[in-house]
Design a protein around this ligand. Structure first.
Ligand SMILES: NC(=O)c1ccc[n+]([C@@H]2O[C@H](COP(=O)([O-])OP(=O)(O)OC[C@H]3O[C@@H](n4cnc5c(N)ncnc54)[C@H](OP(=O)(O)O)[C@@H]3O)[C@@H](O)[C@H]2O)c1
Length: 279
């Protein structure tokens, strides 16, 4: 089976790069790849959190780590710094994980600080995926070997009202990944689009994992088993079932309508909580 074992043999002793690596899904990818013997380059904003996660990984898995403290929300200058940081490293796996969403579901024009959110979300969710891919893919092609895992979202499966911009950016990631996979698979490159539903992380504000809202560790362990088997995946069986129901069983118009209703209720709950706090 072309899952973890094959993926391990393809990548053993190589380096992997994980963006947004200090929390949630990115941290879980970093730790799971380290468990398979890979050295890890961790990229996030906070050097303190990077040092903490890098120490944890080094102690637990006895692999090398490197950290780069950068903000993907800023302009394209940061990519020169990343390129310099990766110089001389053979990158076997790139995990384009970093991403931001809205603080709460909102109508497009009412998103607080909209201009800034538009720039930041496009830089973080879209530009980072293109730029990081452009950086590592040439050497992967030369070696006829490499894996690029792009963390999209189930909100790319259908348009999600009140998370309009987020959903659209994740749809970009999904299309980009699927098309890139077809372009480069004959050169030995795997590009996978990963589309999780809710995972219990800071971003989702879900504290307690459940079967349908797993911990990032449970999610990533399952998702890595699909590498080489599926170029587009919900990554985790309960999410795959949810994906099948929403894309194959229900009419898209109904799914969009239901998402609108759910997000309207989450939005109302957000404002109720603010009112209770006296904000
Ligand atoms: N959680 C879910 O339910 C869910 C569902 C579907 C898809 N996803 C996708 O999964 C990915 C990871 O989400 P998550 O829930 O794990 O998020 P998370 O828990 O909020 O973690 C985000 C990570 O990214 C880093 N980060 C945030 N902004 C950054 C920036 N501007 N520059 C550099 N690093 C930055 C954070 O560290 P610092 O703050 O230290 O920078 C942290 O390590 C995202 O692409 C998200 O869209 C998540």
């Amino acid at each position: 089976m072309m899952c973890c074992d094959n993926f391990k043999s393809r990548t053993l002793l190589e380096n992997s790069v994980v963006t947004g690596a200090t929390d949630g899904i990115g941290k879980a990818y970093a730790k799971e790849l380290a468990k398979h013997g890979m050295s890890i380059v961790l990229i996030s904003r906070s050097q303190e959190k990077l040092d903490q996660v890098a120490n944890e990984i080094r102690e637990q898995f006895k692999v090398e780590t490197k950290t780069l403290a950068l903000d993907f929300g800023e302009g394209t200058e940061i990519y020169k710094v990343i390129e310099a940081g990766l110089d001389g490293l053979e990158i076997g796996i790139l995990v384009n994980n970093v991403g931001i969403s809205y603080n709460y579901p909102e109508y497009f024009l009412d998103v607080p600080d909209l201009d800034n959110v538009v720039n930041k979300m496009i830089n973080i969710n879209i530009v980072s995926v293109c730029k990081m891919t452009k950086m590592v893919l040439p050497a992967m092609v030369k070696r006829s070997k490499g894996i690029i895992l792009n963390v999209s979202s189930a909100s790319a499966l259908y348009p999600v009202p009140l998370l309009t911009l987020y959903s659209a950016t994740k749809s970009f990631v999904d299309f980009f990944s699927q098309a890139l996979h077809v372009e480069y698979k004959s050169k030995g490159i795997i590009v996978q689009s990963v589309l999780p539903f809710y995972v219990a992380t800071k971003m989702s504000k879900i504290r307690r994992p459940t079967l349908s809202k797993p911990s990032p560790e449970t999610y990533v362990k399952a998702a890595l088993k699909t590498v080489g088997l599926q170029m587009q995946t919900n990554g985790y069986l309960p999410h795959a079932i949810m994906g099948w129901i929403t894309t194959s069983l229900l009419p898209t118009s109904l799914v969009i309508k239901q998402s609108m209703k759910m997000n309207q209720s989450l939005r109302a709950r957000h404002f109720k909580k603010l009112k209770e706090k006296g904000d």
